[in-house]
Design a binder for this molecule. Structure first.
Ligand SMILES: NC(=O)c1ccc[n+]([C@@H]2O[C@H](COP(=O)([O-])OP(=O)(O)OC[C@H]3O[C@@H](n4cnc5c(N)ncnc54)[C@H](O)[C@@H]3O)[C@@H](O)[C@H]2O)c1
Length: 434
C-alpha cells in the first residue's frame, strides 16, 4: 500500500525530496530535481556551505547560480542545516563524503552521521537512497540495521536502495542528468521506486539486482580508472628511459577501433573519488581474505608519480646548468584536474610540498585558485605575465586549464616541463615532456 502511494507521488512529482550533503554530487542532483518540478530540501551540516549557495557564492562549476536563486525564490528549493526537515521528505538521498581514515581504511562516519539523522526524523513510507561511493555491503549491512534500530522495518515501513553518482565535475558534455543511472534496491519495490524517481530527470536508468551490485559497479568503474591511469604513468616512466614519446604511442594506439581506450600520463590521479574509492574495495576484499594486488599496486604507483616528476625536474635543471642556489619553479595549475576548482587530493599539492622540501623557490599560477594552504604554507597565485614567467627557471605545466595563455609561457619561459602535452607537436628546445 505504502509503495503504491509513494510511486504515485513520484510520478505526479508531488513527492518531496531531501538531499543530504550539498557538495559536488548533492548540489547538482538537488537542482536537477527542483528544476524538474519536485519540491527539494537541500541539507548540509556546513553553515558556511549553505550560506554560500544561498547568497550566490558558488564553489561548483556544474550548477548555475541564477538558476539556484530562481529555484529558491520559487520556493521549490529550500536550503537548511536543520535535519528536522527530513520529517517532510518522501525521498531522502544521501550524498555525503566517503574519505579514508588511513591509507587503506574507509571513513564512513559521514554516512553513519547522516543515517542517524534520518533515523530520528524519517517518516513511515519514506524511500532512502545512498549515493556516496562506498564498499559493497554498506547499504544492506550497515544502513539497513542502523535505520531499523529506530523501530521501522525495511521493505515494510521504508524502502532502501543504493544508486552511485557518476558525475564528472567540469564535464561539459555529460551533466548529472545525461549520465545513465544505476540503481539497486533492497527489494523489487525499492528498485521500481528508484527507476520511477530517477526516470524523472535521467533518460536511462539501469536496474541491478541489489544495492551491493550497484555499490560494486561504481567501484569497478573507479578502480578501472585508477589501475589504467597508474599503468599509463608507469609506461611514461619506461618510455622516457627508452627514448620513446609516450604521447605519440597513445595517439598511435588510439587508431585501433576496438579493444583500446586511451589514458594519459599526468602528475597522478586526484580528487575525492579515484585515488580513494578503490581502497574501499581493497579494505572490504581484505576482510574476505583477498588482497587485491591490482588496487594496491595502482594506489602505490599513483602516490609515487610526484616524486618521479621531481626527479625528472632535478635532472632537467641540472642539464640546464641552473647555478642559482635556489632554482625558481613556477607551477601552472594546481587543482586535481583541468577546469575544476577542487583541490582535494590534488597531486600538485604534494608536488609543491616536495619542491619546497628540496629548497626550491616555488610559486604557482592557477586561474581557479587565488590562495593555497598546504599545511602551514600559505601561497597566493602569481599573475601569469611575461615578468613572472621569465623569472622562473622552469615552468611546470601540471594541470592544463583551458583559459591559460600557453603561448605566452612558450614565448617567455626559460624552460617548460609540460606534464599535460599542451605543446603537442611543438619542437622548441625549451619544451620538455613527461
Ligand atoms: N566529487 C565527485 O566527482 C564525485 C563523483 C561521483 C561520486 N562521488 C561520491 O559522492 C560522495 C560525495 O562527494 P562530494 O564530492 O559531493 O563531497 P563534498 O565534500 O563536495 O560534499 C559533501 C557535503 O556533505 C556535507 N555533509 C557531511 N555530512 C553531512 C551530514 N551528516 N548531514 C548533512 N551534510 C553533511 C558536507 O558538509 C559537504 O558539504 C562521495 O562518496 C564521493 O566519493 C563524488
Amino acid at each position: 500500500m505504502l509503495v503504491k502511494e509513494l510511486e504515485k507521488r513520484i510520478k505526479s512529482k508531488e513527492a518531496k525530496i531531501a538531499v543530504i550533503g550539498l557538495g559536488y554530487v548533492g548540489l547538482p542532483l538537488a537542482v536537477s530535481f527542483a528544476r524538474a518540478g519536485f519540491k527539494v530540501y537541500g541539507l548540509d551540516k556546513s553553515e558556511a556551505r549553505v550560506l554560500r549557495i544561498k547568497t550566490g557564492k558558488n564553489y561548483n562549476e556544474d550548477v548555475s547560480l541564477p538558476e539556484i536563486t530562481r529555484l529558491i525564490h520559487k520556493k521549490v528549493f529550500e536550503l537548511s542545516t536543520n535535519p528536522s526537515l527530513l520529517v517532510k521528505a518522501d525521498v531522502i538521498i544521501i550524498c555525503v563524503p566517503t574519505p579514508l581514515k588511513t591509507k587503506y581504511t574507509p571513513d564512513i562516519s559521514y554516512i553513519v552521521g547522516a543515517v542517524k539523522d534520518i533515523r530520528k526524523y524519517m517518516r513511515k513510507g519514506a524511500f532512502v537512497i545512498l549515493e556516496s561511493t562506498t564498499f559493497p555491503g554498506t547499504t544492506e549491512e550497515l544502513i539497513k540495521p542502523l535505520l531499523e534500530r529506530g523501530g521501522l522495518k525495511a521493505s515494510r515501513d521504508f524502502y532502501l536502495a543504493f544508486s552511485p553518482e557518476r558525475i564528472d565535475p567540469g564535464n561539459k558534455h555529460f551533466s548529472v542528468t545525461q549520465i545513465p543511472k544505476i540503481i539497486g534496491g533492497l527489494d523489487p519495490a525499492a528498485g521500481k521506486l528508484g527507476k520511477a524517481l530517477y526516470g524523472k530527470i535521467i533518460k536511462k536508468v539501469h536496474l541491478v539486482s541489489s544495492p551491493r551490485a550497484a555499490e560494486m559497479t561504481k567501484l569497478l568503474e573507479n578502480s578501472f580508472r585508477l589501475v589504467n591511469i597508474s599503468w599509463v604513468n608507469e609506461l611514461a616512466m619506461m618510455c622516457h628511459k627508452l627514448h620513446i614519446d609516450i604521447w605519440e604511442i597513445i595517439e598511435a594506439a588510439k587508431t585501433k577501433p576496438f579493444g583500446f581506450m586511451p589514458f594519459y600520463p599526468s602528475l597522478g590521479v586526484g580528487g575525492h573519488c579515484i585515488p580513494d574509492d578503490p581502497l574501499y574495495l581493497y579494505w572490504k576484499a581484505k576482510h574476505h581474505g583477498i588482497s587485491s594486488k591490482f588496487i594496491k599496486l595502482s594506489a602505490d604507483t599513483n602516490d609515487r608519480v610526484p616524486d618521479y616528476v621531481l626527479s625528472r625536474l632535478k635532472t632537467l635543471l641540472h642539464v640546464q646548468r641552473t647555478r642559482k642556489a635556489r632554482a625558481r619553479i613556477l607551477v601552472a595549475g594546481v587543482t586535481y584536474k583541468k577546469d575544476v576548482k577542487d583541490l582535494r587530493r590534488s597531486p600538485a599539492l604534494k608536488f609543491i610540498t616536495l619542491l619546497q622540501k628540496e629548497g626550491y623557490d616555488v610559486n604557482y599560477f592557477d586561474p581557479l585558485v587565488s590562495f593555497l594552504k598546504i599545511g602551514h604554507l600559505n601561497m597566493k597565485s602569481v599573475s601569469l605575465n611575461a615578468k613572472e614567467i621569465s623569472k622562473a627557471d622552469c615552468v611546470v605545466v601540471a594541470v592544463a586549464h583551458t583559459k591559460v595563455n600557453y603561448d605566452l609561457i612558450l614565448d617567455k619561459a626559460q624552460s617548460i616541463f609540460d606534464l599535460c602535452n599542451v605543446y603537442q607537436g611543438q619542437n622548441k628546445a625549451t619544451i620538455h615532456r613527461l
